[in-house]
Write a protein that binds this ligand. Structure first.
Ligand code: SF4
Length: 292
């Protein structure tokens, strides 16, 4: 913790938190089999497959997010990879969100080199594509795409000049060595991801990981600390799982070097602390939003 705080303070103002809002622009019905995910069509989780949202509706959500203090607006779609006609629609959303003065981020599944260049051309600032876990444990969680597929998408994103948002999930039954392996893989990418989301598994009924035991919060804090120490200039984001975390655990995560959160009552399809609760926590911890 001391090392993590020392590293954090050398590169960031420890009182500042980057605030992102995440909107599911295309929910459910995903053909992939990620064992943690309520949006996979393979699991009976009660999430209904929906069509891609209309541009106007996305822009209305982006305006509301900006008014609530978000600096970045992330759009997530439950696809294996975007089809070309879907990409046209997403590019229009990126252009629209960007014109509101927000940073833009998208998470759409695997991308080809050309698709990454098109997204960059529309003004996309960040692309999220997580490694999820260590290379060794990966096959226990996903079988429909390989670890190398993921690294390939990350390379296309990087080559297109888009900032990389890439992290993983803890609490899926992996060992500490797997957590180390995930962080080591991230920290040994050709360039550190600008943004590193560390998620705590949300155990959703109907998914294969629904009955995983609750993960030790202090081990979560330690994972955040290791991400901070090994990727000193990356923004480390507390992502999924905050709803289940005590305020004290979140405070420890900020002390361990986390400096970003998702803001808003919903994270794709799972609950997240409400804006008022977050605002109050920020005030109590003496923390302020980071300027874009
Ligand atoms: S994590 Fe993404 S790719 Fe995997 S099942 Fe869920 S929506 Fe599909």
């Amino acid at each position: 913790m001391f090392r993590a705080q020392t590293v954090h303070r050398a590169h960031f103002d420890p009182a500042e938190v980057q605030i992102s809002t995440l909107l599911s622009i295309k929910t459910g019905g995903c053909p992939e089999d990620c064992a943690y995910c309520p949006q996979s069509a393979r699991y009976d989780t009660g999430v209904r497959a929906e069509k891609l949202m209309a541009l106007d509706a996305v822009l209305a959500e982006a305006r509301a997010a900006k008014a609530a203090g978000a600096s970045r607006f992330c759009m997530g779609a439950a696809w294996r990879e975007p089809k070309d006609r879907d990409l046209d629609a997403v590019c229009a959303m990126v252009e629209g969100v960007k014109s509101l003065g927000l940073e833009t981020c998208a998470t759409l599944g695997m991308l080809g080199a050309d698709q990454a260049r098109r997204l960059k051309g529309s003004g996309l600032d960040y692309y999220n594509h997580n490694l999820d876990t260590s290379p060794e444990f990966y096959g226990d969680i996903i079988t429909t795409r390989t670890y190398d597929d993921r690294l390939q998408t990350l390379a296309h994103v990087r080559d297109a000049g888009i900032h990389v948002c890439c992290g993983g999930i803890v609490g899926m039954g992996e060992t500490r060595e797997d957590r180390v392996g995930m962080i080591a893989t991230l920290a040994n990418l050709p360039q550190h991801p600008e943004s590193v989301p560390i998620n705590m598994l949300v155990r959703v009924a109907g998914t294969p990981l629904a009955d995983e035991p609750k993960f030790d919060p202090l081990e979560f804090v330690r994972t955040v600390a290791i991400a901070r120490i090994t990727m000193p200039r990356s923004v480390v984001r507390l992502s999924a799982g905050r709803e289940d975390m005590s305020e004290e655990t979140q405070a420890l995560c900020f002390l361990a070097g986390a400096n970003s959160i998702f803001y808003g009552p919903k994270l794709l399809t799972t609950p997240n602390p409400g804006r008022d609760r977050d605002r109050e926590l920020m005030v109590r911890l003496g923390m302020v939003p980071m300027e874009p």
